[in-house]
Ligand binder design. Structure first.
Ligand SMILES: Nc1ncnc2c1ncn2[C@@H]1O[C@H](COP(=O)(O)OP(=O)(O)OP(=O)(O)O)[C@@H](O)[C@H]1O
Ligand SMILES: [Mg+2]
Length: 278
């Protein structure tokens, strides 16, 4: 069965003022269906966070359009009302900055539940959400500082999903976690968004994790999409030279790690000149 499309971004352009101005996102299009995890990968500065902010409506795009549940995202009035009420939730790299240090975690998750109800969606209790993210439901009265980084990120995920979003935009949600918890938190996010029927845009530098959890992968370089497709297809048969170079940098499982040669100016010219794939 084909799930409905939650997010449809078409020909997005994001520019930052300056001398000269920076075109951080140049003609990017991507779709996300309900229950689907779409990964956005590419080197630092390739425009991933700018795409994330533009699709969430918190960054103005210079051109292009974003449709969310079939409606133009501008019409959602993100600037006039809280983002959460639109059905979009975001999770960032550092859970310490998204959680309020002075409030009990149960109360913060309850904010998410209230948002769900305000949108007419079903709201489960904070205790149930703690359990769903693999934590003890008896911990609702605790404060953020009583938890590890990985636990804080689980709490932030619980709060985001308690709001029953249609779209979860996660910008490097596992980058600040230690290696042993990265995979489990990413897998948990993938499972839970599918359970609540949300789509997820998942940004990560950890390509091994992306390979495991993403249904589809979008590869960016220099503000443009170089290749996009089903994750297995992109991994097993990368067609764009930039994708091949990016994937060559993944350490091999024996831990030895392949050390890729630094890209040359010729490599970069070839990447920029090869038409996008997918
Ligand atoms: N607020 C801003 N003002 C000016 N330039 C910006 C701003 N935010 C990002 N940029 C520029 O836009 C480009 C894309 O940045 P962006 O943060 O979207 O990249 P990214 O792929 O998320 O990188 P990273 O992997 O390091 O997080 C970069 O050249 C960056 O310097
Ligand atoms: Mg970024």
């Amino acid at each position: 069965m084909t799930e409905p499309t939650v997010l449809e971004a078409s020909n997005l352009v994001v520019r930052y003022p300056g001398h000269p101005p920076v075109t951080a996102v140049d003609d990017v299009s991507l779709d996300i269906r309900a229950g689907e995890t779409v990964a956005l990968v590419g080197e630092s500065g390739s425009g991933k966070s700018s795409v994330a902010r533009a699709v969430a409506g918190i960054e103005k795009s210079a051109a292009g359009s974003v449709r969310f549940d079939g409606e133009p995202v501008r019409a959602l009035g993100v600037r006039r009302r809280p983002l959460a009420l639109t059905g979009i939730q975001m999770v960032f790299q550092d859970p310490a900055t998204s959680l309020n240090p002075r409030r009990r975690i149960g109360d913060q998750i309850a904010d998410g539940v209230r948002t769900a109800r305000a949108r007419g969606a079903e709201g489960s209790r904070p205790e149930e959400w703690l359990e769903r993210v693999g934590m003890d439901p008896a911990w609702t009265a605790r404060f953020p500082h009583q938890f590890s980084g990985g636990q804080k990120q689980r709490i932030a995920i619980a709060r985001a999903l308690a709001a029953r979003p249609r779209l979860l935009v996660a910008d490097e949600p596992i980058s600040a976690l230690d290696a042993s918890t990265q995979t489990s938190v990413a897998g948990l996010m993938r499972d839970l968004i599918a359970e609540v029927g949300a789509g997820m845009l998942f940004i990560s530098h950890d390509l091994a994790v992306v390979h495991r959890i993403a249904d589809r992968t979008v590869v960016m370089y220099g503000g443009r999409v170089m290749e996009q497709g089903a994750t297995d297809q992109v991994w097993d048969a990368p067609r764009h030279p930039y994708t091949r170079s990016l994937l060559a940098a993944i350490p091999v499982p024996d831990g030895a790690g392949r050390i890729p040669a630094a890209p040359t100016a010729e490599d970069r010219a070839e990447w920029a000149d090869t038409p996008p794939i997918g």
